[in-house]
Design a binder for this molecule. Structure first.
Ligand code: SF4
Ligand code: SF4
Length: 286
């Protein structure tokens, strides 16, 4: 049984690994080794491992311009070929999943939207269970410390420059706003909760979505596509609302930032590709 509470942030998103090797490119991330990864790999793969001064891990895999040095010419993992899947570093087995800490210490299981297997296959319960196990294995002796570090020390947070609310209230408000079924309702809830008029931003988002749909307007296909894209955008903003990076801002500032991310993501024909680009940007801020 899991010792911590996990919240899944990507309900409805599908995924299957298409073995493209993009995650091995280590573009904006690195593969860190848990203690047990290192014990397993140090004998046969020591030339691929280097020291790190990071706060959580002491070892990581070396990279060059192409990415991980263990990636073969035909995009396969040398460790997997030679030793089998179970031998691979836990962080590799975890990809494209990762986690963030919520203000109350609960953990958010997130999916990295820049993975190229998203929207293919499906996210089964077994897959999610495996991802949680990998997270817990990776951070086995550190999870509690990471949780405590991630938790807010204060019981109150800022609504805006003047007003304070509790973290529970902030959680509740975020949940309420981003459970909006469509953009009109999102606009109304922004005004209700944050006194923020985002009708101009909603117009931009609507225009972007309309430009990206190829079906004739007013057809059933058009309406269905519009609805699914606007829901996808609201879902993604709700996911970001729960990530701790945005919690450092007063709620109203966060809401303003999020709706502008909504405009950016809506400019992509493939919304999930847009989420991937934004996720990469966010990753570089951590
Ligand atoms: S980026 Fe995604 S689809 Fe591609 S190899 Fe990695 S996990 Fe698989
Ligand atoms: S160890 Fe294998 S799976 Fe992990 S990044 Fe390197 S090549 Fe990819």
């Amino acid at each position: 049984m899991s010792p911590t509470k996990w919240e899944i942030t990507f309900e409805g998103i599908t995924y299957r690994c298409i073995k493209c090797g993009f995650c091995c490119s280590c573009k904006n991330w690195r593969i860190y080794l848990s203690y047990f990864d290192y014990i397993k790999l140090r004998e046969d793969y020591s030339q691929y491992i280097e020291d790190t001064k990071g706060p959580h891990f002491h070892k990581r895999l070396k990279v060059d311009k192409r990415g991980c040095l263990l990636l073969t010419e035909n995009n396969l993992c040398r460790i997997q070929i030679e030793k089998g899947y179970t031998y691979k570093p836990t962080m590799c087995k975890l990809f494209p999943f990762s986690f963030r800490v919520k203000w109350n210490g609960d953990l958010l299981l997130i999916i990295r939207h820049y993975c190229r297997g998203i929207r293919i296959g499906r996210c089964s319960r077994a897959m999610i269970k495996h991802a949680i196990e990998c997270c817990e294995e990776l951070y086995m002796d550190q999870l509690e410390r990471i949780r405590l570090m991630g938790m807010e020390s204060s019981t109150r947070c800022k609504l805006d420059d003047k007003e304070y609310i509790t973290w529970e209230e902030r959680e509740e408000l975020g949940r309420y706003i981003f459970s909006s079924p469509n953009l009109e309702e999102l606009c109304r809830r922004y005004i209700e909760v944050g006194d923020l008029n985002i009708s101009r931003e909603i117009t931009y988002i609507r225009r972007n979505i309309e430009n990206n749909i190829r079906y004739p307007s007013r057809s059933i296909g058009y309406l269905n596509r519009f609805t699914s894209i606007e829901r996808e955008i609201i879902r993604y903003l709700g996911e970001l609302n729960r990530r701790e990076l945005f919690r450092k801002l007063p709620l109203k500032d966060e809401l303003y930032k999020l709706i502008n991310i909504g405009i950016e993501v809506s400019s992509y024909r493939d919304i999930l590709q847009g989420e991937g680009v934004i996720d990469l940007k966010i990753l570089s801020l951590y």
